[in-house]
Write a protein that binds this ligand. Sequence first.
Ligand code: MIC
Ligand code: SF4
Length: 645
Amino acid sequence: MGKNIVQKIFESHLVSGECKPGSPIALRVDEVYTQDATGTMAWLQFEATGTDRVKVPLAVSYVDHNMIQSNFRNPDDHLFLQTAAARFGAYFSRPGNGICHQVNLERFARPGWIGLGTDSHTPTNGGIGMIAIGVGGLDAATVMAGMPYEIVMPKVVLVRLAGKLQRPWVTAMDVILELLRRLTVKGGVGKIFEYGGPGVEDLNVTERATITNMGAELGATTSVFPSDERTRHFLKAQGREDHWVELKADEDAEYDEIIEIDLSSLEPLIAQPHSPDNVVPIREIAGKKVHQVCIGSCTNSSYQAMKAVASILRGRKVADHVSLHINPGSKQVYEMIARDGSLSDMIAAGARMLESSCGPCIGMGGSPGTGQVSIRSYNRNFQGRCGNKNAYVYLTNPLACAVMAVTGEITDPRTTNIEIEPLTEPDMFIINDNMLIPPPEDPSSVEIIKGPNIKEVPIKDPVTDEITAEVLIKLGDNITTDDIMPAGAQVLPLRSNIPAISEYVFHNIDSDFARRAKEARQRGGGIIIGGENYGQGSSREHAAIAPMYLGIKAVIALSFARIHRANLINFGILPLRFRNSEDMKKIDPGDILTIKNVKDALQSDGEFTVVNTTKGFEFKVFADLSQREKELIIAGGLLPYVRNR
Ligand code: MIC
Ligand code: SF4
């Protein structure tokens, strides 16, 4: 039987297990990268494992999220990351060098590799034919310390592309918005999306990367494209042709599911507030007033996209009531648009140029005002993520964004008379790696510098046999990690200080949560009740560590998002699922729940009986845990587990 690309890459990296959907497998990893907002924890945890040097072939520590330096916290964290990278053997990508995924795609990613990144958009690298998976910091730390990466083998879905995009106004962004429209934010859970079919040829590597980047919004484990002549062209233009290998599925490869998309049939699409799957054709909502436009981020920052944006802005002016922010994804792209004059066109039109960083995507500056409409070429529009929960964020392709910056209203770009230069891919990028610092040969004299913002990682005690805890909050479906642990310029700098950041858990939904949790902690702890796809979105393990610190013992939900579920387990919080969804309706905040015989249940079938002592009824929950996951929970999480060993 023929093999698909995912099977080929997994099998060549298999340490143990069988590549059958649902089976636990362990994989050898070629690269691990971190970004600053998750990286401080990851590197502290790596240090806590007691390992001298990273044990993966390549490790890179990026700085791109926590860029606003309004006090000592962020620059202190940057210095910690730089010194830790030197000490432990990682490359350090300096602040200003760009957003981790874009830079990694340009300078490091390789077809056929397996990589992990402490950020949910790590699958961006799938555009080059790499299996790149977003993980929590602790998973990254243990893999860097020499353990294989363990997951349950996902299903593999073939997305068969036919036809060609109707350029210029229909772009790769519209391909992934179409998938989100069809499948929703939970449609990809437990799956890897492998792209194939004749339409693949129509897309270059950075366009493919836009699609695999936003595959994260489907909840997918990752997404991957074949590696073909277009991949070779990109690598050659990056001076790395020797990293090219061909990668394609066998003719008779089998898939668990097949989805067809005819690229020629797509039109410009837009995701409406407050979810990336709330997608409609732009034309359906044309005419609405726009106050802010943001172009760039890790989703749509290629040189080609930026050049096209500049050609739309050339000789035009940003509408008087619009604030246009542009954050090119990397120094390479920035330097190239500066040298070819595109940057001048942007500035002349009235764009507010930002540094190469996440910026407004994560509310690190650039928040829209009250009641305002912000149109972004980014990947997430969860309520409040932009820094203002009273704003309306829409997601669309970067060229449509540029058009709307000029027209000042939601506009189907096909209805304007704006002409755009043909989009061509460069034959050579500017290669200047002077902001990428390789680790020194001899790190013995490197001192790791920790500023006062950096506090120890809290460690949980082993699980107890009986849990009696109070229901602190009851939530609906698709709760995001932005809901659990908000980002933004105020909270993000506290990422290396768990006691301080834990004050903000659920802050945008229930600002009294942390206080109640700390009270309940004195009496045995708290429980969170969630709906479907609990914890979707980012990889931030703070959405597990901070609740753990506040005494949360279990989350009982209808279903979980992959990375968040792994993070809960890594920090010793039980991820339990209702056997009968009706039971959820009978539980209210304030109820006291008792879970008995926790260890027995963990060691046997993972079925637990919960007694609602307030309301006087029992119900069943289950945890579909692998053997290793059971051991982690019993130990109190991955860090105590590793230490015990
Ligand atoms: C995001 O886009 O939500 C983030 C901020 O990049 C996160 C990482 C983090 O919270 O630090 C992600 O995607 O994992
Ligand atoms: Fe940064 Fe936004 Fe990309 Fe996350 S999604 S890595 S915040 S640019």
